[in-house]
Ligand binder design. Structure first.
Ligand code: AMP
Length: 400
């Protein structure tokens, strides 16, 4: 039986369970200088892997699937974390998306599952989009293994998820709110999950999922292997890791706060109409091929996408005010380049892995520097050079 993921898209209108709590009032002031940095790609390309995929003690079918995905050498996080994962250690990975972290945890987990087919793994991600991407990668890596998966995210019907869980999915991939819903109604039992992954832990905490995540972790068996992946660490994350892991090894592959593959700069504007005109001119440039534009609010993203379409651009919007199906359609069109401009909010765009994004444009400034890091990490993926441009309002007349 091929790797089967039990899910069925729907046009469900229910908002995401446990939707993020975010107020506009605690927006951090960020000095514009922090948005300016030249890319230094030589540094990131310098890593020489110590292992070949062939060196890892994994089932030959995974080696075939890895080769089938076109991966030639392990990325740094894979090189450092896969062997630890295979040895059964708890792992804390400090890594951005784009570093290959998904395969770094998926390979040891899938390998364990083919040998222990009656056990399960739980992968928790902060957003539906990230959960979908993890599911997509697991599906390719697990081809012909006979393992099965369940995607437990909001916006999809509970019924098909219940069936997937009843059928004994080996890998349960979900977002905290929907996972909790299933636990509450008794359709998800976690006592057999001997491996757990928390992906983008910092985002999960930012989005207010800490209590849901703690609740889920408390239901797991004590004898288990845990993986925590986060772009940043901090006291709250350290505390979570300490409470829910055993003697973890930390693997840090972050060279700096932001990706060395991304040229960062600002664009100054005075008035809102001027900002729109500057954006218009920018989007006409031939080097600006695939652009992810960030707006702070859903309505702002929707309005800007409509305005760009009216001006003749190939654009769509991605935000939490759209149904799961429409979000997926917008993302698919962006991925396959039927559109080359996607206007998104932070929450909806979190973790997006579209490999050929050339530009990230912060039409509205980010809420925090942490959000900024996540936004610009959507460009410069898989070793490519990307650009991040942030609109910063300046005043011609300053009153002293
Ligand atoms: P991730 O950080 O897991 O979201 O991965 C980012 C992108 O890098 C995805 O498109 C992966 O398919 C790709 N990728 C992951 N590992 C490798 C590798 N060893 N070689 C080439 N591409 C990779």
């Amino acid at each position: 039986m091929p790797y089967v993921s039990h899910r069925r898209p729907s046009a469900g209108r229910r908002p995401a369970a446990g939707a993020p709590r975010r107020s506009r009032s605690n927006k951090q002031a960020i000095a514009p200088g922090r948005y300016v940095k030249a890319a230094n790609p030589a540094q990131t390309g310098d890593y020489t892997a110590k292992n070949d995929f062939a060196d890892f003690a994994i089932h030959p079918l995974f080696k075939n699937n890895i080769a089938g995905k076109g991966y030639k050498m392990p990325s740094e996080i894979q090189d450092k974390a896969i062997a630890l994962g295979l040895s059964g250690r708890d792992v804390v990975g400090v890594a951005n998306t784009g570093t290959g972290k998904t395969a770094a945890f998926a390979i040891p987990i899938l390998n364990k599952l083919v040998h222990e087919r009656d056990s399960q793994a739980l992968i928790i991600a902060p957003t539906r989009e990230l959960a979908l991407q993890i599911e997509g990668q697991c599906k390719l890596l697990a081809q012909h293994s006979g393992l099965s998966g369940a995607l437990i995210i909001g916006g999809l019907p509970m019924g098909s998820q219940v069936n997937a869980l009843k059928n004994g999915a080996n890998i349960i991939i979900g977002t905290p709110g929907r996972l909790k819903d299933h636990v509450k109604q008794g359709t998800l039992k976690l006592n057999n999950c001997r491996m757990v992954v928390l992906d983008e832990v910092d985002r999960m905490l930012d989005m207010g999922f800490i209590n849901d995540v703690r609740h889920l972790l408390e239901l797991l068996p004590a004898e288990r292997q845990s993986f925590f992946f986060s772009a940043t660490l901090g006291p709250e994350i350290d505390m979570l890791i300490q409470s829910f892991s055993k003697d973890p090894v930390t693997v840090n592959v972050k060279a700096g706060e932001t990706s060395d593959n991304v040229h960062q700069d600002v664009i100054a504007y005075e008035t809102k109409p001027q900002r729109l005109d500057l954006l218009h001119d920018l989007l006409l440039r031939s080097d600006v091929r695939k652009t992810l534009i960030f707006c702070e609010m859903k309505c702002g993203a929707e309005r800007l996408a409509k305005e760009l379409v009216a001006r003749g651009f190939n654009a769509d919007a991605l935000h939490g005010g759209k149904t799961q199906n429409r979000r997926r359609r917008a993302l698919d069109s962006f991925r396959d380049s039927s559109i080359n401009i996607l206007v998104a909010t932070d929450v909806a765009a979190r973790g997006i892995d579209v490999i050929d994004i050339t530009h990230v444009i912060n039409f509205d400034e980010p809420h925090s520097y942490n959000d900024y890091i996540h936004r610009i990490g959507r460009a410069g993926r898989a070793g490519r050079i990307g650009h991040a441009l942030t609109f910063v309002q300046t005043k011609a007349a300053v009153r002293f």
